[in-house]
Design a protein around this ligand. Structure first.
Ligand code: AP5
Length: 266
């Protein structure tokens, strides 16, 4: 079961909302991007990583879903974005980028960040890279989760989400104790509109067309780490953390080397 971190106010509601607590800072904050097809388990892993690494879980899908429940009247652009989401199509880059850019302060969060569901197109990846170069933010790694198609479809079709606390279950793999009710808050469990078969098909096609090319993009950047997404969430998490730790040691060594070279040149 994954629980949405309550304290992501600045990400979910925008920069005018302040997070209640800010994680302790680190000399080398985590900068992680999670890639992988819809339903591969990115959100599940992001929550486990958040609990272990304290880096903030930044999901663009969560921002759009929160907008559907907002009391405020939605702008025409946001209403249009939610239409794309319901059908399983990607929201246009310009809208997604507006959402991320106004929340870019979250990329400076003291504990670091875990981007989940963004970037999702080459255009988004290039915009992110430009912003990160400008603001001197570094990525530690881009994790690409890999899973056979039939398992992806089974994970999506069986997902249930709590309407109150947003905890995520699976009808057979991670069922709640009482059918249809959340273990944590007794909220009602529902099936996401985009987890219905007709939307799943559209989402998987959009992934193949627009998001899969990012694997090559990040491979060329020397950031890509491939992780097998079979087995239990805990097994996948252990694999992910193992890869991240060894990657971070390399980034740290590189930083020391750079500092030594700068001292020598000055
Ligand atoms: P988003 O919310 O990002 O959805 P997604 O990428 O389609 O990913 P999901 O949340 O569906 O799956 P997941 O990989 O997180 O899997 P989970 O951990 O839940 O985006 C939704 C929509 O918003 C998009 O379609 C688009 O319209 C729009 N959007 C968002 N960002 C955008 C962007 N940047 N550009 C354009 N449009 C954007 O797991 C799935 C299920 O499997 C759960 O039931 C879980 O319990 C179960 N499970 C997890 N791990 C395991 C395991 N190891 N074994 C068995 N079951 C497991």
């Amino acid at each position: 079961m994954t629980i949405l971190n309550k304290d992501r106010a600045s990400w979910i509601h925008g920069p005018s909302a302040k997070c209640e607590t800010v994680p302790k800072g680190s000399d080398l904050p985590w900068g992680i991007v999670l890639l992988g097809a819809p339903g591969v388990g990115k959100g599940t892993q992001a929550e486990l990583l958040n609990q272990r690494l304290h880096a903030c879980h930044l999901s663009t899908g969560d921002v759009f879903r929160a907008a559907t429940q907002s009391d405020c009247e939605l702008s025409p652009v946001m209403q249009e974005a939610l239409g794309f989401m319901r059908r399983g199509e990607l929201v246009p880059d310009s809208t997604v980028w507006d959402v991320v850019r106004e929340r870019s302060g979250c990329l400076h969060c003291a504990g670091g960040f875990i981007l989940d569901g963004f970037p999702r197109t080459l255009g988004q990846a290039v915009s992110l890279k430009e912003l990160m170069d400008r603001e001197a933010i570094r990525l530690t790694a881009v994790i690409n989760y890999e899973l056979p198609l039939e398992e992806i479809v089974a994970r999506l079709g069986g997902r249930r989400t709590c309407e109150k606390c947003k905890a995520v279950y699976h009808v057979t793999e991670r069922p709640s104790r009482v059918e249809g009710r959340c273990d944590r808050c007794d909220g009602k469990l529902f099936q996401r509109e985009d987890d219905r078969p007709e939307s799943i098909k559209v989402r998987l096609e959009a992934y193949e067309r627009s998001t899969a090319p990012l694997i090559e993009f990040y491979e060329n950047e020397g950031l890509l780490v491939r992780v097998r997404a079979t087995g239990s969430p805990e097994e996948i998490f252990d694999r992910t953390v193992g890869e991240l730790e060894s990657r971070r040691i390399r980034v740290f060594a590189h930083k020391l080397l750079e500092a030594a070279e700068n001292r020598r040149d000055s």
